[in-house]
Design a protein around this ligand. Structure first.
Ligand code: NAD
Length: 335
């Protein structure tokens, strides 16, 4: 099949080309994100391959349909950036990589926690400048603290188990509690109780209309003073302004984010010589107790190999008419 690959970085090309070594498919790479402005690039292709910040709105999906695009293949698990209703209406199949490495994302959430807590990023800089003082680098023992997990699917469950390994008490909220985790000693509570009891709160639910700004002024008020908030899921789960206020008040003691509500304008780009006009992220980055990474939680060699292989397999399956239903995003998943 002839597929236009959008938002291409060097690593996307490297891992997709490896998975497509037998050249079964013709992949043409574009650095540009897919948007209405870039739609012309999809002309003459059978499918498009996109990532988290390509915005496949109703208009974009309709325009893809007008270009006879029959397949949208996502190189990620989340599909909140694709208008599924208009894809279904236009008979465009949407395939994704539902599970590549839950460990990659869960371990990155833990990296954010450990860095914020033990301040290794500050120690690294201090020591390199000959400053061997440990003043103000105090952390806390994770053992004995309570970790709250919102969303205990593949990533949330992996994260919960790692935190249990540290000796943390783990509590959780999910629409569908995981019986295996319950058997392992994880308690499911109401959302409000998870907010109230967590010393560390980590988000692992998808972005849906119900979870949009699940972290808001209204829910932050339940949190323990000085609690840590970790978001490796999707930026729009969090009302950034409310988080900034909670940081100013000291209600939130630490914030670690790998995703940001306006990240499509910033992340995956080198803006080091450009004036950043997004005042919310700029303010966030001034806090000494905030750590921002640019959507790299998934970014391990294992995950990239699997994303490449599943993406190519999805294209092959679609071409043969043997779509793997577990990888398909259907209208029922958003209703
Ligand atoms: P998953 O589908 O296995 O699990 C999601 C869990 O969230 C499910 O158990 C589901 O029941 C639960 N859930 C759904 N709606 C909920 C609600 N309203 N309240 C509470 N729980 C709810 O997904 P996963 O593979 O664990 O991935 C989770 C999310 O992580 C993805 O949706 C994606 O947004 C994000 N993600 C981020 C990165 C990254 O690099 N930062 C990489 C992959 C995935």
């Amino acid at each position: 099949m002839k597929v236009a690959v959008f938002s291409t970085k060097t690593y996307d090309k490297e891992y997709l080309d490896k998975a497509n070594a037998d050249l079964k498919h013709e992949l043409i790479y574009f650095e540009s994100a897919l948007s209405l402005k870039a739609i012309k690039l999809a002309e003459g292709f059978d499918g498009v391959c996109v990532f988290v910040n390509d915005q496949l709105t109703v208009e974009v999906v309709n325009a893809l349909s007008a270009l006879n695009i029959r397949l949208i293949v996502l190189r990620c698990a989340g599909f909140n950036n694709v208008d599924i209703e208009s894809s279904a209406r236009n008979h465009i199949t949407v395939l994704r990589v539902p599970a590549y490495s839950p460990n990659a994302v869960a371990e990155h959430a833990v990296a954010l926690i450990l860095t914020l807590n033990r301040k290794t990023h500050k120690a690294y800089n201090r020591v390199r400048e000959g400053n061997f003082s440990i003043e103000r680098l105090t952390g806390f023992d994770i053992s004995g603290k309570t970790t709250g997990v919102i969303g205990t699917g593949r990533i949330g469950a992996t994260f919960a188990r790692i935190m249990r390994g540290f000796g943390s008490k783990v509590i959780a909220y999910d629409l569908y509690p995981n019986q295996e985790l319950i058997a392992e000693g994880i308690n499911y509570l109401s959302l409000e109780d998870v907010f109230r009891k967590s010393d560390i709160l980590s988000l692992h639910c998808p972005l849906t209309p119900e979870t949009y700004q699940i972290i808001s002024k209204n829910t932050l008020k339940f949190m323990k003073k000085g609690a840590m908030l970790i978001n490796t899921s999707r930026g729009k789960l969090v009302d950034t302004e409310a988080v900034i206020d909670a940081l100013k008040e000291g209600r939130l003691g630490y914030v670690g984010i790998d995703v940001y509500e306006q990240e499509e304008k910033l992340f995956f780009k080198d803006l080091s010589e450009i004036i950043i006009t997004d005042d919310k992220i700029s303010r966030l980055m001034t806090f000494p107790n905030v750590l921002v990474t640019a959507h790299q939680a998934y970014f391990t060699d294992n995950a990239l190999i699997q994303i490449g292989q599943t993406t190519i397999q999805n294209i092959t399956d679609f071409e043969k008419g043997t779509v793997n239903r577990q990888n398909e995003v259907t209208i029922n998943m958003i209703r």
